[in-house]
Design a protein. Structure first.
Length: 183
């Protein structure tokens, strides 16, 4: 008698990763704080180990964040969104050199955080990411200083408009799943 064992991996797409950028500079009032959504990622949890791959080229500009902290998708034209996306890919992240980012870490503090290394733009940096259980969701928020990975903030008009050296990354995942992906 022959026995066959089949292992099935279920991938949940019930997760989102959003990135928030913040304006700075003398003419900051002419610029916008932005919300972007990462369209392609894979996150896997096996025991206490978390591994993830991210494709920054899949970042989509959702729109500007208004003074109340709300998304205003109409504040940017399609042309503005396209130009911002090109600047992110070519002038900020240089995706032609490093098209993928990754994270490898361990769940610590009884699940309240993940500690590991984020590799971005070819550089690995230690990172601690606090995690909260909110109903049936896991929510992680972490502020990154891109300069830690050698990424200079975007500048326009000789620096009169620029981005702050901080981005907020918000990750929301289905708590019941063991792996998540998009794209």
């Amino acid at each position: 008698m022959t026995s066959t064992t089949t292992t099935t991996t279920t991938t949940s797409t019930t997760g989102t990763i959003q990135v928030f950028t913040y304006k700075d500079g003398l003419l900051a009032r002419l610029a916008h704080d932005l919300r972007l959504t990462l369209g392609r990622f894979e996150i896997q949890r096996e025991g206490a180990t978390v591994q993830a791959r991210f494709w920054p080229g899949s970042l989509r500009v959702d729109g500007a964040i208004d003074r109340r902290g709300q998304l205003d998708p109409a504040a940017l034209s399609d042309s503005d969104r396209r130009k911002i996306g090109e600047n992110i890919a070519n002038e900020v992240l240089h995706l032609d050199r490093s098209p993928e980012a990754s994270f490898r870490g361990q769940i610590v503090a009884d699940g309240a955080a993940v500690e590991g290394e984020l590799t971005l733009a070819g550089r690995s940096v230690a990172l601690r990411v606090p995690v909260q259980a909110v109903g049936d969701r896991l929510r992680a928020e972490v502020t990154l200083a891109p300069s830690r990975w050698g990424i200079a903030p975007f500048k326009a008009l000789a620096g009169a408009i620029k981005l702050q050296d901080r981005v907020l990354v918000v990750i929301e995942l289905d708590a019941a799943a063991g792996s998540w992906s998009a794209g």
